[in-house]
Design a protein around this ligand. Structure first.
Ligand code: 4GS
Length: 221
């Protein structure tokens, strides 16, 4: 899969995408990730990407021209162009699964400024990572890249993906324990030490259901 990102802060993207599973996917050639600076599609000496809003008011607005030129250069008919914005639909695991099927994504990260409304004709999808206001769309793009990358076939080992399958079905995870069996007076539930696989399975299912009911009843529609 190929993912292009258009941002005013390409330097933000080094670090999170250079470690762990995403780094491994890139090295294995399963993810071809390219970060582009929006300023590369300006033509003036100052590399201007923004301007004052028509109608007045505070703040600046990202000009349409560099964004149109960049999208025209980076996207074709098969590209899914996705804009990161709090006005988008909420990003979920189901959307991550859908995006992971695509050949090519182009993610647009806004800055502290808004996009000129007319760039919306370029995008197929607008996504928000949650109801809070960030300083720019870099983190939202990285959240999408992270969640999508681990779903690209071949990225997770059999063990890693099997562990996910069993409880990514809309419930919260069951509680996990490792050694020691007693730590500072806190004991691991007896059933987990029993070696009785059917009983363990049943306990985990119950715990997952209980937790989901208590903490995230909205997931149990
Ligand atoms: C989000 C969000 C966001 C909104 C970008 C204010 C700078 C900022 N983008 N999910 N302008 N939450 N964007 O907060 O996607």
């Amino acid at each position: 899969m190929k993912i292009d990102v258009l941002t005013l802060f390409p330097e933000m993207f080094s670090g999170p995408l250079d470690v762990s599973i995403v780094a491994r996917a890139r090295k294995a050639g399963l993810l071809d990730l390219r970060i582009h600076n929006l300023r590369d599609w300006t033509h003036d000496r100052h590399k201007t990407v923004d301007d004052r809003p028509f109608g007045g008011g505070p703040g600046m607005v990202l000009k349409p021209e560099p964004i149109f030129e960049a999208v025209e250069a980076l996207a074709d008919e098969s590209t899914r162009v996705v804009m990161m914005t709090p006005t988008g639909r909420m990003f979920t695991q189901a959307i991550a699964r859908d995006l992971a099927q695509r050949q090519h994504l182009l993610l647009l990260s806004g800055s502290y400024e808004g996009f000129d409304e007319r760039i919306r004709v370029l995008v197929q999808d607008e996504l928000s990572i949650g109801d809070y206001v960030l300083t720019n769309g870099g983190l939202p793009a990285m959240v999408v890249i992270d969640a999508v990358t681990r779903l690209i076939p071949g990225v997770l080992g059999d063990d890693e993906s099997a562990a996910d399958e069993s409880f990514s079905c809309g419930a919260l995870e069951y509680p996990h324990y490792t050694r020691p069996a007693e730590f500072r007076g806190m004991k691991v539930p007896e059933v987990l030490l029993s070696g009785h696989h059917a009983e363990i399975e049943k306990w985990r299912r119950e715990q997952a259901a209980l937790r989901t009911k208590e903490r995230r009843p909205d997931l149990l529609k």
